[in-house]
Design a protein around this ligand. Sequence first.
Ligand code: ITT
Length: 191
Amino acid sequence: QRLVIATHNPGKVVEFAALLAPYGLDCVASGALGFQEPEENAADFAGNARIKALAAARDSGLFALADDSGLMVAAMGGAPGVRSARFAADCGGFAAAMTAIIERTREEPRAAFACALCLAAPDGTTATYLGFCHGRIADAPRGAGGFGYDPIFIPHGDDRSFAELSKTEKNAISHRGRALRQFVAAHLGDV
Ligand code: ITT
């Protein structure tokens, strides 16, 4: 079964490849197929994941799985949330965005990552799965693994940042891993 992974983010592609490897799917990233990115103008993660999955399923004529995700910071009222990618761009990159978040979370560091995964069929049918990972913002960026905001996010129950975990360790507890295991259970059998 061929599945389009509807993302242009190479960090997500690496994690999906590892998470889906056991299931023998023929996965191809929408970025590699040259499909255009649709405008992500929904108000929440699930809405944006649906926009991306439907666009990729329409463009490819195949099943497509899209991920919309982000970091929700308690001291920032849940921001940057659904705007996490744009927040980094507005700050001039992830290094500056992480510094800005650290400065605003010294008193109240609680944060969570969220991930909405949407599977779209070529006929426009969709199914959506959500995953969360709770934790806190570190007092400085740490580690070189992962992508995006990983160096400043310390998952609950650990004292290392996501960027200090191995891929397997991150996937076992991450928002994306949790959402993906629901997708797998619903569509690919038991996990
Ligand atoms: P696509 O829409 O093409 O998938 P994107 O990077 O624009 O790629 P989003 O719109 O979902 O993806 O934005 C998610 C933002 O949250 C982006 O800045 C990511 O770097 C960040 N993010 C999501 N999951 C993350 C994770 O596991 N670790 C670190 N940062 C993450």
